[in-house]
Design a protein around this ligand. Sequence first.
Ligand SMILES: [Zn+2]
Length: 400
Amino acid sequence: MALDSRSERRANDLRAGNLARVLDVLRLQGPLARTEIVRAVGLSRATVSTLLSELLDRGLVREGVDNRRAGSGGRPPALVDLEPTAAVGVGVDIGRTHVRVVVADLGLNVLAEDVQRVDVPDHPQEALKLVGQMTDALVKESGVDCGELLGVGVGLPGPVDRMSGRLGSATILPGWVGLAPRAELERRLRSPVLVENDANLGALAEGLLGAGRGSKVLVYVKAAAGVGAGLVVDGRLFRGASGTAGEIGHTTLANSGPVCRCGNRGCLEQVAGATALLGQMAAAGVQLDSVEDLLRLAHDGHAGARRVIADAGEHIGLAVANFVTLIDADRVVVGGELGAAGELLVGPLRYAARSAAVTTAGSSIEIVGGELGERAEVLGAVVLVLREPVSLGAELLARR
Ligand SMILES: [Zn+2]
């Protein structure tokens, strides 16, 4: 009797594990034909068929004909994909002057979105309160049942400690160092919260939905007040041992340069960060309040503004060349507030990166502007919740 129930339990665990495997394969590679699923999970055709029947019954996957895959004359195969309405996630992007929130379903369709301005660096509690209010309002607006909410992904400008969810000292939000925004937001939102560095989120989003689609090793450069980079390898975020992989803003360009807020000298950010560029304009007698003002001036043909942006591109390009040579990336996507300058920034960046990278890496690498603009980080935050956790399959099964 005891033996029977134990072997029964083992069979149940095995089945649950296999169901989760199928869901995870669909999350990363879907939509897929049944034969492709069989190959990807490495189980028999009959077993996969039983698993799919159960997932279809529970409303976690759907099956339909995709005409885009129609062959020459043949009938297009039926494709299996995650059911978009099976779960919902929230993405939050906390910048220096704004909070942006989206609600999206498992199919990454945006159901509701809002952005509001707030002084984030000096008023952390106010910003976190606003995140809570905006999230509650948008979840209500999109008609989502709280039970369907899988979690909330939050992007912050700076390296985030993976264990504690706290911000590291290299952030551009000194007033936030040592705060625990994850715990604070979990309390406010009554939902699991994942906190991540904003450049990593931009990388995730551009890799899945934007200019990084189809790349193997993608570097996303976020050129804004700070300069950061995120790395996506085979569709998965690469964070490094402690979560700070890709902090190119604090790589050294000149050991004799001015002292940086991180404690080193001559960091990239000090010559190519947006704050530095506004400083260079001020030194030339042009007082500007924001990056948008700088871009507008450059767009109108102001020689100094154009030069400052082009030089920033060249400096970032040198740092990118070193990075790309080390990791053998095949694509670089440039985003962030400064990335909105387009070819004015990306042209010199591309030229410098290609000249300085090892020939084999430098010649084959594609360096392009981002496609998602100022929404890259918030979309990455929702991708983090809906597509990135390894255990998503198990998480979904536990809910239905
Ligand atoms: Zn630094």
